[in-house]
Design a binder for this molecule. Structure first.
Ligand SMILES: C[S@@+](CC[C@H](N)C(=O)[O-])C[C@H]1O[C@@H](n2cnc3c(N)ncnc32)[C@H](O)[C@@H]1O
Length: 201
């Protein structure tokens, strides 16, 4: 998996562009300046760079060292401090707790998705937010970009069955068809699941 993503990112251009994911950008206003946040499966770092520019204390986790090196280079050019966590999410040992955990398109096998949600929940401060956009299983029908195996896609009912047992407010959990224009990697119609939950105080 690391080799696959390293090969995807081993190019001059940024596969998903340098602008943040629109859903993450839209909801960044929930996070006050200096909030401590981590972006999971952050790849080449477009969300992390955007959030750092807003004045947040940002960490970026990913399995791909090539993606993270591109992020680090851009951060240095823009004089932004972003802490890199080069690890598989399944081996992630959070360094303390966070005011927000964000992710766009980190696609894990179904048997690891539940653990990712639970680990993220535990790593949030009380009142902290989880904000993410993932492709739904219906993305297979688009026959375009995104994972080609159903095992790597998300199912809104499965997510609800995990979140409903946690002490959190589910602020948003929706499945939507949207138009993506993110670099050359995500271009066209997509079926996504958008999630915002807040850990209760
Ligand atoms: C489709 S890319 C999205 C990158 C970035 N979030 C974005 O939207 O530009 C998926 C990313 O998830 C990372 N990833 C996939 N499985 C992972 C895992 N088990 N642990 C850590 N990172 C993972 C890949 O290395 C890759 O950078």
């Amino acid at each position: 998996m690391q080799e696959v993503w390293n090969a995807e990112f081993n190019k001059e251009d940024f596969l998903y562009g340098t602008e943040p994911n629109a859903f993450i950008k839209e909801n960044a206003s929930l996070l006050p300046k200096r909030s401590r946040v981590i972006c999971l499966g952050e790849g080449e770092g477009r969300n992390a760079l955007y959030l750092a520019k807003l004045g947040l204390k940002v960490e970026a986790l990913d399995a791909s060292d090539v993606g993270l090196q591109k992020l680090q280079k851009k951060a240095l050019e823009q004089e932004l401090a972003i802490t890199i966590r080069h690890t598989l999410i399944e081996n992630w040992k959070p360094h303390g707790t966070y005011d927000a955990i964000l992710s766009s398109y980190m696609h894990l096998p179904k048997n690891e998705q539940r653990e990712m949600f639970l680990k993220s929940f535990l790593a949030l401060n009380e009142g902290g937010y989880f904000i993410a956009e993932f492709f739904s299983e219906h993305q297979l029908r688009q026959k375009s970009f995104g994972p080609k195996e159903i095992d790597l896609l998300y199912n809104i009912c499965d997510i609800y069955s995990i979140l409903k047992n946690l002490p959190c407010d589910i602020i948003k959990l929706s499945q939507e068809i949207i138009e993506l224009a993110e670099g050359i990697g995500h271009r066209g119609k997509a079926s996504v699941i958008r999630i915002i939950f807040q850990k209760l105080s």
